[in-house]
Design a protein around this ligand. Structure first.
Ligand SMILES: *Cc1c(COP(=O)(O)O)cnc(C)c1O
Length: 469
């Protein structure tokens, strides 16, 4: 193995070539067709990111790119943020990791209290006070599903064992979260391994069959009918509030979440909000569900929780749910679930520093200002010939490309339009990653006004080059 590691500083070209060869030989990349990765077409050569600062990524050849998707939706205050760096260093002087199975640690205690303190409160709704840590969005959802399921068994209602999810949902890649997921492309293969879920329609305004005006009412009615009609079988409804991310940046019509939350409350069904993507300021409020004055029974957090530094997730519940797990040791009501790195102290220290920055830098005000700037700049982009729909909630944006604006006809899967726009953007120092034909724009919350302008300029030119050029 030693021969792969050079003794002296290397020329950047040599280093890049050496690393690319090793990457091709040994790294299996997620959500990536490796045949195309190993034998890339012109302009699609892998980029190796060496370091980053603020909203900028730098590759091993010294080229720079604006991080247009926050390193896959996780970064919050920019890269190499001094306050988070030093919080991790400080914790490192004490210990890198100890377990939460049977032991406690200061950073996880402080963070749980801080999350409980910042959780939204509205009269007559649950108070989110109990934090169960894990390490990814998938595990945060997995934990929520298992808690909801076990909760009803221990409340003497074992028939309440099914979940309701949206048609095109995405909640992660472990089998439980894939079961509640509904994206055929990702999930179909695993069908025989999955549990059965009750589906309600995705409130996809742009593509609602009877027209955008009817989306809210029809989608809400359909969901309400399932929730009230099968209340005795349903453990919980799980959804992403306001904006479905991986499903294609699908913005829900205002009022939808509130309707679902009310139906859940009226029918004794738990509501699980997966704010893995929408949480931590992404949509302009700390949590997206706040905008509809909804507090779920179970809240899932991950991605931005640690500021985009380390894997960390939290599933937060109310006291009544927590209490159904209490009993004498012999009752076996324990929640038998946990991960090796649950509540990792370095990650919790990063999360605490990130939350402090929300106050010190008034991050949410900045998000709203940058969101307005983006909204203004997106107007001309929305008029481009091949742009069907532009959807924005705060700094969470999807631009849906279509073959035909009048009929909303999509491009063929093999045309890879979204991918081609992202490659064109890369030439203009903007790093993006699409979801099919939806170009995703999701910059770090700390993005500066001048960087927003650069992003918009590169984005517009790239879409034009690929769709009209
Ligand atoms: C990314 C994502 C997940 C999965 O999170 P991982 O950390 O990738 O496991 C779950 N739910 C939503 C809404 C997400 O965006």
């Amino acid at each position: 193995m030693g021969e792969n590691i050079p003794a002296a500083p290397e020329d950047p070209q040599d280093r890049t070539q050496r690393l690319l060869a090793l990457d091709r030989a040994h790294v299996w990349h997620p959500f990536t067709q490796m045949q195309g990765w190993v034998e890339p077409s012109e302009g699609d050569e892998p980029v190796i990111i060496d370091h980053a600062r603020g909203a900028w990524l730098f590759d091993t050849l010294g080229r720079k790119y604006l991080d247009g998707v926050s390193s896959l939706w996780v970064n919050v205050h920019g890269h190499k943020k001094a306050e988070i760096d030093s919080a991790i260093r400080l914790q490192l002087q004490k210990v890198a990791h100890t377990t939460l199975l049977g032991l406690a640690s200061p950073p996880s205690i402080e963070l749980a209290a801080e999350l409980a303190r910042r959780a939204p409160r509205f009269e007559g709704q649950p108070e989110l006070r109990k934090v169960f840590f894990s390490d990814s969005g998938s595990t945060a959802v997995e934990v929520a599903l298992k808690i909801a399921f076990q909760h009803w068994r221990q409340r003497g209602k074992p028939r309440k064992a099914r979940f309701v999810a949206l048609g095109e949902a995405y909640h992660g890649d472990t089998l439980g979260s894939v079961s509640v997921g509904g994206m055929d492309l990702f999930h179909q293969t695993f069908q025989p391994l999955l549990f059965d879920v009750l589906r309600v329609p995705t409130p996809y305004v742009y593509r609602w069959p009877t027209g955008p005006r009817h989306c809210l009412e029809s989608a809400a009615l359909a969901a309400e009918a399932v929730i009230s009609g099968r209340r005795d079988e349903i453990a919980a409804v799980v959804l992403e509030p306001l904006m479905q991310g991986a499903a294609g940046m699908i913005a829900h019509p205002p009022g939808y979440l509130r309707r679902i939350a009310k139906a859940c409350r009226d029918n004794g069904v738990l509501l699980i909000c997966d704010e893995v993507a929408t949480g931590f300021g992404r949509t302009g409020t700390l949590l997206a569900s706040e905008q509809e004055e909804v507090v779920p029974d179970i809240l899932c957090l991950a991605k931005g929780l640690s500021g985009g530094y380390l894997p960390l997730a939290a599933t937060i519940t109310s006291d009544p749910i927590y209490e159904s797990f209490l009993g004498p040791f012999e009752s076996k009501k324990t929640f038998f679930h946990g991960h090796s790195y649950t509540g990792n102290p370095l990650a919790c220290a990063a999360a605490l520093a990130s939350l402090r920055l929300f106050d010190e830098e008034d991050t949410l005000t900045h998000v709203r200002q940058m969101a307005e700037r983006l909204a203004a700049g997106l107007k001309p982009i929305a008029k481009l010939k091949q742009v069907g729909d532009v959807r924005q909630r705060g700094l969470m944006i999807g631009i849906e490309l279509v073959k035909d604006r009048a009929t909303k006809q999509s491009y063929d899967y093999g045309e890879r339009m979204g991918h081609r726009v992202c490659l064109a953007a890369r030439k203009r120092e903007l790093m993006l990653r699409p979801l099919g034909d939806v170009v995703v724009v999701l910059p770090p919350l700390s993005i500066a006004p001048a960087e927003v302008d650069l992003l918009l300029e590169a984005l517009q030119a790239s879409i034009k080059e690929v769709t009209e050029g």
